[in-house]
Design a protein around this ligand. Structure first.
Ligand code: C2E
Ligand code: CA
Ligand code: CA
Length: 651
């Protein structure tokens, strides 16, 4: 105890602290999930080396302070231990550089380079061992501390500076592929390693160096060794982040490679319907199988239903790729066996060559958007870049620019389409529809720009804007006095998965002092399949406030009716394609009739959309629709025209 309480012994306390930090790091490392084993092995090596260094240092320090130790361990033996500690210290910079290389996936192919990178370490090790034969570089004092003899002892530091320069070069060259936090972490890591050297020279204490090494390693275990970010825990394959990172590092290093995408038809639907256990077992099965087909760390599960394999070689006709595709095809002919089930899955492959076909991460993401859509229409041959209609990519880019500018320059507007209720004989609601007028291109239909806005996220801003305008209209006009009971506002599925959706909506209502009962949110039918916890939470909060919901475009998807029946909806909006086909055939008529019956039997109201003729209106109303919307009654119109319209028609 006195050994620890003596303030002179802070060195020992320091050494124990760094040992504790190190052990925590070892613990986190051992119990984490691992993804890229080369990086992992090197990290293990670093930890082991740091552990030895700490242990040897600790023994040395205790020996200096304790007479008991001095008696049991000879001076010569301690000198050897100190020498070994130095060996560990001067291996550290080399290991750190190799670790950095593993992070950036840099592998030296040539033997000469592998040797060259080790030479400075060999030199410093020679200096360390030289003490056995000569006291030219350093000698041991009475405490078995090393006493360097300058200037020749400087040689021992040269290797440290060499590796620092290599590390700095690496970070500067490949920093683009790392996030800012990771760049910082790497800089801090090397800084902590490097700072130890001058501190050692100044204080003649090795504890600070050991302590900073432990801290640096702890930093790594939570940044570079952090698996959740890079490993999809259910499938064990790499995440989208891991894929992005690997693509950009490979491109920076001018490697040629191909991405082989395996789209598994309806896998996401299947997974959402199965128990968690079954779905993760299935994902594991597939990913274990695919892992064997690609080099280590080359399998990713970045998007729903799609696996991506990274293969060497950029030419899509290369034999490796063809063979892999062929093998996968054969495997998918057989079902996947789970505990008590056999599952048959269908796959479609696609190949992209880097950098011949795709030369940047941005380009990959653009192309991938088009590719994913193409999967749905494509037969099951290998899909190539040349099969894609890349006009879509250009189109998306152009529309994206227009939407962004419209948002910045305030070129959006909200129109209102009145909705007629035959039973009341007046217009009782309306739908808010966004409008975009580009200065050069004129009006652009939301049917054109909303899908793009959904893909790139600007839909959030658009819908927030629309709701804001709607609330402003409600609070500034007196449409409620003229018989409008609520306003229907469209929500995109992208909105619904935002954690702050309910908060934002309720905030806007409050800002304009609008009663939530006056707002009805429309969500499309596809939404029903993608309900997540966040959506549930949003829905719950909004319903509680008094906002109602309706299902838009009903009849276009393939919804599970019994599930839909349970959703807390006020209205069903029959899609215009169904309404307009009512006279096409006997079958269409029967489909429509039965849909209306089902909805009515659930006690919900129906809106028929897209009513264009008097004949359609007559039939639809006869079939029992509660509300009708369409050009026959009124087109979407500006706020001013709408207020005029309502005053005139509902008077
Ligand atoms: P939607 O929600 O189904 O909206 C109804 C669409 O049908 C509107 O097209 C409307 O102008 C059109 N329409 C109304 N009556 C008739 C008719 O008798 N015949 C025909 N052929 N069409 C009729 P619009 O305004 O071009 O909007 C297209 C789609 O864009 C909307 O379909 C909706 O999905 C989306 N959208 C529009 N505004 C917004 C918005 O503010 N937010 C979101 N998330 N989506 C919006
Ligand atoms: Ca709608
Ligand atoms: Ca609709």
């Amino acid at each position: 105890m006195t050994l620890l309480t003596n303030p002179q012994n802070y060195e020992i306390c320091f050494a124990i602290c760094s040992m504790v930090v190190l052990l925590i790091t070892v613990f986190v490392h051992l119990f984490g999930e691992h993804y890229y084993s080369r990086q992992n092995d090197i990290f293990g090596g670093l930890l082991f080396n740091a552990f030895c260094m700490n242990l040897l240092g600790l023994i040395h320090k205790v020996w200096i302070q304790s007479d008991f130790f001095k008696m049991s361990l000879s001076y010569e033996a301690v000198c050897v231990l100190v020498m070994l500690e130095k060996v560990c210290i001067y291996i550290m910079p080399l290991l750190s550089v190799i670790y950095g290389m593993a992070i950036f996936r840099i592998e030296f192919q040539s033997f000469v380079k592998k040797i060259l990178i080790g030479i400075p370490t060999i030199c410093s090790q020679v200096v360390i061992f030289s003490v056995i034969f000569t006291g030219f570089f350093y000698r041991f004092d009475e405490n078995a501390e090393t006493r360097y003899i300058y200037p020749q002892a400087v040689t021992i530091y040269l290797s440290v500076w060499f590796y620092l320069i290599v590390a700095a070069y690496m970070i500067i060259k490949y920093k683009k592929s790392l996030s800012t936090e990771k760049q910082m972490a790497l800089v801090v890591y090397y800084f902590l390693m490097a700072a130890g050297v001058p501190i050692r020279i100044l204080t003649r204490s090795s504890s600070i160096f050991e302590f900073s090494v432990s801290i640096a390693l702890l930093l790594c275990v939570y940044t570079f060794q952090n698996p959740s970010e890079f490993v999809d825990l259910t499938s064990g394959a790499g995440t989208k982040k891991a894929l992005d990172f690997t693509i950009s590092t490979n491109l920076l290093q001018k490697k040629t490679f191909s991405l082989l995408g395996i789209y598994v038809d309806k896998l996401d639907v299947f997974l959402s319907e199965e128990s968690i256990e079954n779905s993760s077992e299935l994902l594991r099965h597939i990913s274990d199988y695919l892992k064997k087909m690609c080099p280590e760390g080359g399998l990713f599960y970045p998007f729903d239903s799609t696996f991506i394999l990274m293969l060497p070689g950029a030419d899509p006709d290369e034999t490796v790729i063809e063979k892999t595709v062929e093998q996968i095809k054969i495997r998918f002919k057989d079902p996947w066996v789970l505990k008590n089930e056999e599952i048959k899955l269908f796959q479609s492959p696609c190949v992209l060559g880097f950098p011949t076909e795709v030369d940047s991460l941005e380009r990959f993401n653009e192309i991938w958007n088009v590719m994913q859509k193409a999967f749905l229409r494509h037969n099951r041959d290998v899909l190539r870049l040349s099969d894609l209609n890349l006009k879509y990519v250009e189109h998306d880019k152009k529309i994206d620019g227009i939407v962004k500018r419209a948002l910045e320059d305030g070129l959006l507007d909200v129109y209102y389409q009145p909705i007629y209720s035959p039973a009341d004989g007046k217009y009782t609601s309306c739908e808010a529809l966004v409008r975009l007028k580009d200065p050069k291109l004129g009006f652009i239909s939301p049917a054109v720009f909303m899908p793009v806005a959904e893909r790139n996220g600007s839909v959030l801003e658009i819908d927030r804007y629309v709701l804001d305008r709607v609330c402003e209209m409600i609070s500034s006009s007196r449409i409620m006095d003229y018989g409008i009971e609520y306003v229907e506002v469209n929500l995109s599925i992208v909105d619904c998965i935002q954690t702050n959706l309910a908060e934002n909506i309720l905030g806007t209502l409050e800002k304009y002092n609008v009663d939530p009962k006056l707002i009805n949110l429309e969500i499309t039918e596809t939404w029903e399949k993608n309900i997540t916890d966040v959506m549930d939470m949003n829905l719950g909060r909004l319903l509680k406030s008094g906002i109602t919901f309706s299902m838009d475009d009903f009849g276009t998807g393939y919804s599970n009716l019994s599930r839909i029946a349970m959703l807390p909806l006020k209205l069903f909006k029959l899609d215009k394609s169904i309404v307009q086909s009512v006279f096409d055939s006997e079958t269409s008529y029967m489909v429509m009739l039965n849909m209306i019956r089902i909805i009515k039997s659930l006690g919900k109201e129906i809106v028929a959309e897209g009513v264009e003729t008097a004949e359609q209106a007559k039939q639809i109303i006869r079939l029992g629709c509660d509300h009708v919307q369409g050009f026959f009654y009124a087109r979407p119109m500006s706020k001013e025209s709408f207020i005029e319209f309502i005053k005139e028609h509902n008077a």
